[in-house]
Design a protein around this ligand. Sequence first.
Ligand SMILES: [Zn+2]
Length: 155
Amino acid sequence: MTQICFICREKEKLGDTEMKTIQTLNGEVRIHTTCFATFKSLIKVTLEEIKEVFPQTPISQFIKVIDEKAVLVRRDWSAYSIPILAYLDYRNEPVIPSEVYTWLTENEVKITNPSQYVKELIRKGHLGVIKKEGDRRIFITDTGRKYLMDVSEEG
Ligand SMILES: [Zn+2]
């Protein structure tokens, strides 16, 4: 049975193994692996553009976005790690630690040594570390998000 590529509408060549099947809600589609790679890149760029238009929505109740700024609206947290996790959840991408420290200061969270809390969160697996463009950046992990949500709902 001849199959047509979902993207380029070209037929699958006889003996062509460079095609993949993707399950969809309405059945399945066949796509050349090269066409799929192009499609993936397009989606990636599209999502990045959309992210710039629509600001992040924080999952926890600790932060509200007011005038496009992340504002710490709850002060009932018991540990300094909470606002750090809340901010990184809001940012939803790896950031330079100093950005987090600046944000804490802006929101009047007075921590004398915030890097010790970041270190502790990395040790617990709540934060991950990645090198990007020569910088060491931190991001929230799924474990960290789950912990933040549990704490958020307690209040
Ligand atoms: Zn194709």
